[in-house]
Design a protein around this ligand. Structure first.
Ligand SMILES: Nc1ncnc2c1ncn2[C@@H]1O[C@H](COP(=O)(O)OP(=O)(O)OP(=O)(O)O)[C@@H](O)[C@H]1O
Length: 265
């Protein structure tokens, strides 16, 4: 871990208390096609509140598509998706807005606002979307930027930071909305290898010390093993195997899981 990443603070500073319990996300017979290519084929799975679930599987198996559906960046062709018992499709704009406020996402690309300094990148959405006062948003942002080891970089522009630092700003920005769910899509793929560990360490801390629900797509198998309560192995639009990380990584049952893991481990 880089020396500038501090120890975790009080968990409640970073997640939305009180924790929800029971099932939070449900996909029921969800089908998604692009043209005549069926990417998700009557997909069923659910995620319990507070759990950390990792999606693994070959390239093109539909993992990112699942996260994009949850962010309402795409729509399913068939089936239902619910978050906290509320249907995402069809849903009114207001309802989708409410659900989306509760879901933070960190992408492979950091997508920071290039013309805003670090602090402003993190306060912008809480001020404009949650209507927090600027003081309150700044206090929250400072805590989170401390958490991700960037307390000394508040006045820099994204272009003055390394890729790993930019990704840590993106993580702080997602958490600043105090979402119940954090979606992580290959968050280290665009980073130089020496910057990967710092970002994964921050996420490990968040996973360990908050009650946030995480749905994570990653090719970093040791990270998946560390943070997951449950691993879902995807292939051809289906979950072919699901289980605890020890089971999936040490004793996979399905041939496709064994083939996939032997190629990536
Ligand atoms: N907007 C789109 N238009 C057409 N095809 C798409 C679109 N988005 C995704 N696809 C296709 O859907 C399939 C699943 O893509 P997706 O990105 O979900 O896979 P993935 O499992 O996340 O892959 P990777 O591990 O490489 O990121 C791929 O074949 C991809 O080419």
């Amino acid at each position: 871990m880089p020396a500038d990443i501090p120890l975790m603070k009080e968990p409640d500073a970073h997640a939305r208390p009180p924790a929800a319990t029971g099932e939070l996300i449900r996909f029921e017979k969800v089908t998604k096609r692009f043209g005549d290519h069926t990417v998700l084929d009557e997909l069923d799975f659910s995620v319990e509140a507070g759990r950390h679930v990792t999606l693994i599987g070959p390239s093109g198996s539909g993992k990112t598509t699942i996260l994009r559906l949850l962010m309402t960046l795409d729509q399913p062709d068939e089936g239902t998706i619910t978050v906290g018992g509320q249907r995402l499709f069809p849903a009114g704009e207001k309802q989708v807005g409410e659900i989306r406020k509760n879901i933070g996402m960190v992408f492979q690309q950091f997508n920071l606002f290039p013309n805003m300094k670090v602090l402003r990148n993190v306060t912008e959405a809480p001020v404009t979307v949650l209507r927090l006062s600027r003081d309150e948003a700044e206090q929250r942002a400072r805590e989170l930027l401390d958490l991700v080891g960037l307390g000394d970089h508040l006045d820099k522009y994204p272009s003055q930071l390394s890729g790993g630092q930019q990704q840590r700003v993106a993580i702080a920005r997602a958490l600043a909305m105090r979402p119940q769910v954090l979606l992580l899509d290959e968050v280290t793929s665009a980073l130089d290898p020496e910057l990967v560990a710092g970002v994964l360490d921050v996420l490990r801390d968040i996973a360990r010390s908050t009650d946030i629900t995480m749905l994570c797509v990653t090719h970093e198998m040791s990270f998946a093993r560390d943070i997951s309560d449950r691993v879902l192995m995807f292939d051809s639009g289906h979950v072919v195997e699901a289980g605890a990380p020890e089971k999936i990584f040490n004793d996979p049952e399905h041939t496709r899981t064994r083939e996939f893991l032997s190629a990536v481990l």
